[in-house]
Design a protein around this ligand. Structure first.
Ligand code: GLV
Length: 335
């Protein structure tokens, strides 16, 4: 390699953090949020040794095949369903994510959504802004208390656990379902009870979806699962669009077979199913659960650390802190 390796950053982040790359890399950072046409994306990846990308950048087998210089793709996200990890691994390209640093912010936001759904916050605000508030009706906007009710969590990784730890403050019991049961110490720390999925669906007053999107979890909450829930229940999706079948959810909400929902993620986002947009008993937000100053800065720093480390620099030199496919380095050793 002659000269400095080149790192491409697909979206505006935080210049003071990106500056840590500058002694070691030629840095090409996009100045604006951009939707890349396939040829533009392929071109940027092909001319880069490292890429720091947002979830909207899909790196598939074709992009990997046309980017022989590329050594690492560092996602600005904990989820990495936008990356074809087997294709990256086969080509010896490392893939990294940002686990841990966003769990608490996402858990806070999950509770904001849950409470917002429980207390009709979206619909009530729309009603007020529309100028309908003439008098206080004693029986208007009656919501659901959390106290004494069951919070169900589907997916009990770091984020699920952070959500569960907050439940005691709201007087809730926690039930969870996960691919594998957690150690007793973690269950005790989260005051969470393991149940099978049918029990979770049947018992939850509030069901939070916190599983990554994989082939197995696609439509983990579909028409059949929604039909198995209480009609008074509320669903919160902070995981990934596609884990919930949005069309089936819109039908269930429209027919009041489910009381309410709150969604931060959508199938095919940024497009949102028009049937959801038409409903008043669903809170919709544009994939912002990790969007706090501290957390987005920490995510950026983690992506930068992964890139620096792969190239032998920074605080983790030689040991990228969060590779999802460390086996890629056995195929092509780090530069
Ligand atoms: C956001 O959705 C993430 O995966 O970090």
């Amino acid at each position: 390699m002659t000269g400095k390796p080149r790192v491409w950053i697909s979206r505006p982040t935080f210049p003071d953090i990106i500056a840590r790359l500058e002694p070691h890399f030629e840095v090409a950072a996009e100045a604006a949020e951009t939707v890349f046409a396939p040829a533009e994306l392929a071109g940027r990846l092909a001319s880069s040794d490292a890429a720091i990308v947002g979830l909207d950048v899909r790196v598939g087998a074709a992009e990997v095949a046309s980017a022989p210089r590329l050594r690492i793709v560092a996602n600005l996200a904990v989820g990495y369903d936008n990356l074809d990890v087997p294709a990256l691994t086969a080509a010896g390209v490392a893939a990294a994510n940002t686990p841990g640093v966003l769990s608490e912010s996402v858990a806070d936001y999950t509770w904001a959504l849950l409470l917002g759904a429980a207390r009709h916050m979206g619909a009530a605000e729309r009603w007020l802004r529309a100028g309908h508030w003439r008098a206080n009706g004693f029986r208007d906007w009656l919501g659901l208390d959390t106290r004494g009710r069951t919070l169900g969590i589907l997916g009990m990784g770091r984020i699920g656990q952070a959500i569960a730890r907050r439940a005691a403050g709201f007087g809730m019991q926690v039930a969870y379902h996960n691919r594998s049961r957690l150690p007793a110490t973690i269950e005790a720390a989260c005051a969470a009870r393991y149940v099978d999925k049918p029990t979770l669906l049947a018992e939850s007053d509030f069901l939070v979806v916190a599983v990554p999107l994989t082939a197995e979890s696609r439509h983990a909450i579909g028409a059949a699962e929604l039909a198995a829930m209480k009609t008074t229940a509320m669903l919160v999706n902070i995981a990934r669009g596609g884990v919930v079948d949005d069309a089936a959810l819109a039908v269930a909400l429209g027919e009041k077979r489910l009381a309410a929902a709150a969604l931060d993620v959508f199938e095919g986002e940024p497009a949102v199913d028009p049937a959801l947009l038409a409903l008043d008993n669903v809170i919709l937000s544009p994939h912002i659960a990790s969007a706090t100053w501290d957390t987005r800065r920490a995510m950026t720093a983690m992506a930068v650390d992964n890139v620096l480390a792969l190239f032998g620099h920074g605080p983790y030199a030689g040991h990228p802190p969060s590779l999802v496919n460390p086996e890629a380095l056995a195929i092509r050793p780090a530069p």
